[in-house]
Design a protein around this ligand. Structure first.
Ligand code: FES
Ligand SMILES: [Fe+2]
Length: 427
């Protein structure tokens, strides 16, 4: 039981500010595992991680161990990673393939859909104790997918996944359609690291086009250009500051969605060309047509962030998964993705690009991690209880589907997350 009532939790988010307890109080963290992560759709994995029957991928959902599996009939399952006998975690490798998942403690075996398949010396148990899903590895109530992204919910009555995604799903399309086959693959490994701060600090940052001018200044050369971001583009690197001294990124707009999602406008509007890029373009045109191809290559969105913990870095062709461990410890995974059917050189280049920008030792992500840890430390101060998210408030423009557009690095995307959190806490 949280020491806070629902109303008290909801009051931690005001129109233009949030209470520091939102990031620092272990009771708030416990409450959000149930009232936020237990109630919405949470990304659990990608179908390319489990391509064959019997494949499994173990991860967490709301801090609980779960396994994404591909069943005998080819369907995807998400099951609790917990033995029906005395509760041991059954799957202890990140990935593998098995016909039967076997618990190491007393040897119970489970089909990859979670059903109990075998019990050593079965006759000595009352037989009714071995019946029903709770004797197996219990399935998570709801599982659904969109274009390879697998989502699960602990709430059997959760809204349909398509309603939860709303028009934000176009950001997933934008990434996946970069493949001439309309499929991405999580086949380039994963960067994994932890920072000593609350998970929402990372999520806020994903909707923050205000910070780069200050936070990432060390990545800019004396000529005002940032390190080479993309090959096949004139000059190879983006101008960081405009002639009046504002950073280019901080002029970008942000969108906030009703379910707490957000997206940033694209930083790159010129299409890469020459050599393999022209070959790639031809393949895309064959798949999607001329107009859609130009749209895809131009990047409509820099990124799409899905509440509560998934970030699709469209420009960086990668997917970030944020895993809350405790109120002040967070694990981040960065998965560069390969584009099925694209020339290998394109995917190789994109993987290298993510190493520069978002790996644990990258130019960009390391700045952000330093900022998160400083926020977590600074918020121990009782000088004031409130953290501002007021930038652009009152100037956001209402679009279709409950979307708010905030020009010029508005904090509208962060507000969307805070307000979605508040609505769940108030329920
Ligand atoms: S705890 Fe798994 S078999 Fe006993
Ligand atoms: Fe950043």
């Amino acid at each position: 039981m949280s020491k806070y009532s629902s109303a008290e939790l909801a009051q931690m988010v005001q129109e233009d500010r949030v209470h520091r307890a939102y990031y620092t109080d272990p009771d708030v963290f416990e409450a959000e595992m149930t009232k936020v992560f237990g109630k919405v759709w949470v990304y659990v994995g990608h179908d390319s991680l489990v391509p064959r029957k019997g494949d499994y991928y173990s991860t967490t959902l709301a801090g609980q161990p779960v396994v994404l599996t591909r069943g005998e009939e080819g369907a995807l399952h998400v099951i609790h990673n917990r033995c029906g006998h005395r509760g041991a975690k059954v799957v202890n490798q990140e990935r593998g393939n098995a016909r039967i998942l076997t618990c190491m403690y007393h040897g119970w075996g489970f089909r990859v859909n979670g059903e109990l398949a075998g019990v050593p010396m079965r006759a000595e148990f009352p037989q009714e104790a071995l019946q029903g899903p709770q004797a197996g590895m219990v399935p998570v109530p709801r599982v659904d997918t969109y274009r390879g992204f697998v989502f699960a919910s602990l709430d059997p009555d959760v809204m349909p996944l398509m309603d939860f995604l709303g028009s934000a799903k176009e950001g997933i399309d934008e990434l996946v359609d970069r493949s001439p086959m309309g499929a991405i693959e999580f086949s380039a490994g994963c960067h994994r690291y932890r920072f000593r701060g609350n998970w929402k600090l990372q999520m806020d940052n994903m909707a923050d086009t205000y910070h780069p001018a200050a936070c990432h200044i060390s990545t800019v050369g004396p000529d005002g250009r940032q390190f080479q971001r993309r090959a096949g583009k004139e000059g190879g690197s983006a101008m960081f500051f405009t002639s009046n001294g504002e950073s280019v990124v901080s002029q970008l707009g942000v969108r906030g969605f009703a379910q707490g999602h957000s997206s940033e406008q694209s930083l790159f509007d010129k299409v890469q060309s020459g050599g393999v890029f022209d070959e790639y373009r031809t393949l895309l045109v064959q798949a999607h047509g001329e107009e859609r191809t130009t749209e895809i290559l131009k990047n409509v969105r820099h990124s799409l962030t899905l509440f509560p913990t998934l970030d699709i870095l469209i420009a960086q062709t990668s997917v970030r998964v944020v895993k809350p461990i405790s109120v002040d410890l967070t694990e981040v995974e960065v998965w560069p993705v390969r584009l099925a059917g694209a020339p290998a050189a394109i995917s190789d280049d994109l993987v290298r690009y993510v190493n520069i920008t978002h790996s644990a030792s990258s130019f960009i992500q390391s700045d952000d991690l330093e900022a998160f840890e400083r926020c977590q430390e600074g918020m121990r101060s009782q000088g004031t209880d409130w953290i501002l998210v007021a930038r652009g408030l009152g100037t956001d423009v209402q679009e279709a589907d409950g979307v708010l557009f905030g020009p010029r690095s508005s904090e509208v995307g962060q507000r969307a997350k805070h307000y979605a959190w508040r609505a769940l806490m108030a329920a």
